[in-house]
Ligand binder design. Structure first.
Ligand code: ME8
Length: 586
């Protein structure tokens, strides 16, 4: 008996604390692999996914988070980028029958918000309510299917922060000390002397932190967290989990930081300077540092403090914790990959399974940011180009390891060439009334047995596509997955043109060939439509409706070549196309 046991599958199993079992061919004894084009390992992988889903009713939900965004200014395209990425990942898992929690929200405490509200003569709460609403409106408009929208001014969050603080105190990680150093209000971060440089513009506030933001000198009494005590455990965590921080350039940065400099950090500010926040329990004169407050949001959304802490931690029953992936921008990697795990270790809680830090959208050679003002308004561009076009552009061209430049010309080209020119065109062609007057699926899915040399390139691409895209999506490399899908769509358009169906239709003896050409086109549209659902949910619903794919045949497993239209069978499925209606109008 030969055993097939991929590393990835093993990881999934151990993550969910299932009994370890070995999947052998004996689970699927009746499967014949005589067709050498069918990849045996992929078959088992696909079916194993289903097996896991159906056998584990207590499975921990996949828990995905975005950062919670500061409400000191309205959202821009950079915020939407993280949210679309998280949402696409959520939708991908759902297509694979996973239960998913997706949390997002707003970060509303801190000096930055306190000052922003004062500037416009509003109370901090009123100010937060207004801007938080804009974020929620943005995410609703962009179809971000969050399960929780958390605001740090909610009482349940403040309670969670206080409880967490008490755990840090009880476990001996908090002490009172004097802090002397630099503080950046914009970053809400303390910096050491080595992280600060003199700017030549203004001597008084003449220090610029490594992020390029102004810093001010602070000398005050506050509570400190024993970060230095966590150094060895943090390094061990990284060594044992080499994929926990991705991409790898960020992993290396974090490791170097932990090795070089891990002084204790301030985790409160005097109430006289910062009143807009959560008070330290038992000491009303101090307000909890906004980053500690903010990071705890990831626990609040799981119901922390849990009623039965031990049970939840040991059995991963319902809370969703630990997070499967924190999606963040690289600007806040240190908070998520150093401070957050250290806080969790100190509170004796499990650590997140992955921190995914993407790069930045740039504008005029600088990071798009509210403080610089070089931002793109996501409401305006979504209105102008359509929600799914923007989602597609962000996922296709957004930077992961390296920064990307926001460029309206490229956005327009993506629409014209990829969406209208390739995918829209393929759908129009494959459902063309001139070539297929009955407007039904032109051949039985079993047609694939009759493929010939001329079909081989497209055939093989379609066969491999779902697994390859799956790997990219799971690695949160949506751009790579999209590239493969659109290469396949381009190949299908080429296949169509090369076969000249407009000539085939003139000869009734060639009907079988015509049907196959049309089927290849519509099958490519079907498979691509399924695989693109996480990124363009609305447009792909429209596409799948147009070509008659039933609602219960839109899961990832249905994206296999030839596995569609099983419910009603080929020739009985009517297309749902209207003359003059285009999926992506030119
Ligand atoms: O840092 N390109 O909030 P924030 C890509 N409240 N992504 C960008 C971006 C850009 N130009 N600009 C912003 C905070 N982002 C804290 C987070 S979490 C516990 C607390 C995205 O409003 C990216 O995800 O400054 C970045 O990390 C985040 O917005 C920062 O949002």
């Amino acid at each position: 008996m030969s055993f097939i046991f991929s590393h990835k599958i093993y990881r999934n199993l151990s993550n969910y604390r299932l009994k370890i079992f070995i999947i052998s061919e004996s689970i699927y004894p009746s499967v014949s692999f005589s067709n050498q084009n069918v990849n045996k390992q992929n078959f088992l992988k696909q079916n194993l996914k289903q097996y896991i889903t159906t056998t584990t009713s207590l499975e921990k939900p996949v828990f995905i988070t975005t950062p919670i965004f500061y409400v000191n200014a309205v959202p821009h395209i950079g915020h939407l980028y993280s949210a679309v990425m998280a949402d696409s990942l959520k939708r991908y898992y759902e297509l694979n029958d996973k239960k998913v929690i997706l949390s997002t929200g707003t970060d509303e405490h801190g000096l930055k918000i306190q000052q922003a509200a004062a500037k416009v003569n509003q109370s901090p709460q009123e100010f937060c309510d207004n801007v938080s609403k804009r974020f929620r409106e943005l995410f609703d408009m962009a179809n971000i299917s969050y399960t929780t929208f958390i605001r740090t001014t909610e009482q349940k969050h403040k309670d969670a922060v206080k409880f967490f603080w008490e755990q840090l105190v009880n476990n001996g990680y908090i002490y009172k000390g004097i802090h002397e150093g630099w503080y950046s209000v914009s970053d809400e971060a303390f910096y050491s002397a080595s992280q600060v440089q003199i700017s030549n513009s203004d001597e008084k506030i003449a220090n610029v932190s490594e992020s390029g933001q102004l810093v001010e000198w602070t000398e005050e009494e506050n509570y400190k967290f024993r970060l230095s005590k966590c150094k060895d455990e943090l390094l061990r965590w990284l060594d044992e989990n080499p994929d926990v921080i991705t991409p790898s350039n960020r992993f290396n940065e974090v490791k170097a930081f932990i090795k070089s400099d891990l002084a204790d950090i301030s985790v409160s500010r005097p109430q006289s300077r910062l009143y807009w926040g959560v008070s330290v329990p038992e000491d009303f004169n101090q307000t909890i540092y906004v980053w500690l407050d903010a990071l705890i949001n990831y626990l609040t959304v799981t119901g922390y403090p849990w009623p039965s802490q031990e049970n939840i931690i040991n059995n991963h029953l319902t809370s969703g914790w630990p997070a499967d992936v924190h999606i963040v921008g690289k600007d806040i990697i240190r908070f998520h990959a150093v401070y957050w795990p250290a806080f969790l270790m100190a509170a004796k809680l499990p650590l997140p399974r992955k921190i995914f830090a993407h790069s930045h959208w740039m504008m005029n050679k600088h990071k798009m940011s509210k403080s610089r003002g070089n931002v793109v308004d996501p409401f305006i561009v979504m209105k102008e180009y359509g929600v799914d076009t923007i989602r597609y552009y962000l996922m296709r061209d957004g930077g992961i390891s390296d920064d990307g430049t926001y460029d309206p010309t490229i956005l327009q080209t993506r629409y014209r060439k990829d969406l209208a020119g390739q995918l829209g065109n393929l759908v129009s062609r494959s459902t063309s009334l001139a070539l297929n007057p009955s407007s039904t699926i032109p051949a039985s899915p079993s047609f694939i047995e009759g493929v010939n040399e001329k079909d081989m390139t497209l055939f093989k691409m379609l066969q491999q596509l779902p697994d390859l895209v799956s790997d990219h999506y799971e690695n949160i490399e949506f751009g790579k997955g999209l590239e493969l899908i659109f290469e396949t769509v381009a190949e299908a358009n080429k296949h169509f043109t090369d076969n000249e169906p407009w000539n085939l239709i003139k000869n009734p003896n060639r009907k079988v060939i015509l049907d196959r050409v049309l089927f290849f086109a519509v099958e490519t549209a079907r498979i691509s439509g399924i695989l693109l659902q996480p990124i363009m949910p609305t447009k792909m619903r429209e596409l799948l409706d147009m070509i008659g794919v039933s609602n219960d045949e839109r899961k990832w497993k249905h994206s296999r070549l030839g596995s569609g239209w099983q419910v009603k069978g080929g020739g009985n499925v009517k297309f749902n196309v209207k003359d003059g209606h285009f999926l992506f109008p030119k």
